[in-house]
Design a protein around this ligand. Structure first.
Ligand code: 2AL
Length: 245
C-alpha cells in the first residue's frame, strides 16, 4: 500500500518532519511518499496562501493517480483543496484537520485546538463547522508562532506551544489537545508525555485513517459531487490542468 502525503507548502525540511511522523504511524509495509509541490507558498497562514497552494497540491494528486497511489493525506491544518482532491482521486483523501478533529472526538468529550497564528484560527473554526465538530471543540487557540518558526530551533516554539496547551487544559474544560499545524508533528509525543492527556497530531491520525480505509477496501465515492470533474477546456496559464475526458 502506498500513501502519498502532500505537504502543500514548499518547505522541504517540514515535509521531512511530516514524513517521519507519517512513517512512525503506519503499519510495516505501508509506503509513505512525502512531497511538496514544485510551486507555491513556503508556509500557509491564511486564505490567500491556501488558495495559491491548491494548484500545486492538486497537481501532486494528479501525478499520484498516474503513479497508482492508494490514498492521499493533505498535510496542512486548513485542509486546502480537500474536496477538489477527492474529485480527482480514486482512493481516500484525508485532511489532517478532519482526521485530528474526528480522532479527538473518540478520546475526549471536548478538545481544544492549539495552532500557529491568530489569523488562522478562523480557518480551523470554519472546518469545525464543516465537519460537524463544533460542539466537541472547546476553543481554538493561537500561539502567535509563524509556521516557519517551527523549523527554527532558536524559536523555542516547543515551550510556547506547551504553555498554550497548559492554558487550554486549565481554562477550556477540554480533555485532549489537537495540534493545529503539520509542522508540529514532531512535538506531539513529547507534549503528550508532559501534559498527560491525548495530544493529536493530524499527520499521524490522517495516515492511520487512510491506511485503515484502504485496508478495508474503501475509496472516495464517485457518485455525486466527488465524481470526476466535467471535461472542459481551461484557458491561459491553467490550460494544462483542464480535466480530461
Ligand atoms: C499550516 C500547516 O499545517 N502548514 C502550513 O504551512 N500552515 N497550518 C497553520 N494553521 O499554520
Amino acid at each position: 500500500m502506498r500513501i502519498k502525503v502532500i505537504n502543500p507548502n514548499t518547505t522541504w525540511s517540514m515535509t521531512e518532519t511530516i514524513a517521519q511522523a507519517a512513517r512512525a504511524a503506519v503499519s510495516p509495509g505501508v509506503e509513505i511518499e512525502a512531497v511538496s509541490p514544485a510551486h507555491g507558498p513556503v508556509s500557509i497562514e491564511g486564505h490567500y496562501d491556501e488558495a495559491m497552494a491548491c494548484l500545486g497540491l492538486l497537481d501532486e494528486v494528479r501525478k499520484g493517480e498516474a503513479e497508482g497511489a492508494d490514498a492521499y493525506v493533505i498535510a496542512c491544518f486548513g485542509d486546502p483543496g480537500l474536496d477538489a482532491a477527492r474529485e480527482i482521486a480514486r482512493g481516500p483523501v484525508i485532511g489532517i484537520a478532519e482526521a485530528a478533529m474526528r480522532s479527538a472526538g473518540y478520546l475526549a468529550t471536548g478538545f481544544s485546538v492549539v495552532t500557529t497564528l491568530q489569523r488562522t484560527v478562523v480557518i480551523a473554526e470554519h472546518l469545525l463547522d464543516k465537519y460537524g465538530a463544533r460542539a466537541q471543540c472547546r476553543r481554538v487557540r493561537a500561539c502567535e508562532i509563524a509556521v516557519l518558526e517551527l523549523e527554527n530551533p532558536a524559536s523555542d516554539a516547543y515551550r510556547t506551544i506547551l504553555a498554550e496547551c497548559r492554558r487550554a487544559l486549565a481554562e477550556d474544560g477540554c480533555g485532549a489537545i489537537v495540534l493545529g499545524c503539520a509542522g508540529m508533528a514532531d512535538l506531539c509525543r513529547r507534549l503528550s508525555g508532559e501534559l498527560g492527556v491525548p495530544v493529536i497530531d493530524g499527520v499521524a491520525a490522517a495516515v492511520a485513517t487512510a491506511e485503515a480505509l484502504v485496508r478495508i477496501g474503501l475509496g472516495t465515492s464517485k457518485h455525486g459531487d466527488y465524481a470526476s470533474p466535467l471535461p472542459k477546456p481551461y484557458t491561459g496559464l491553467l490550460a494544462p490542468w483542464a480535466p480530461g475526458d
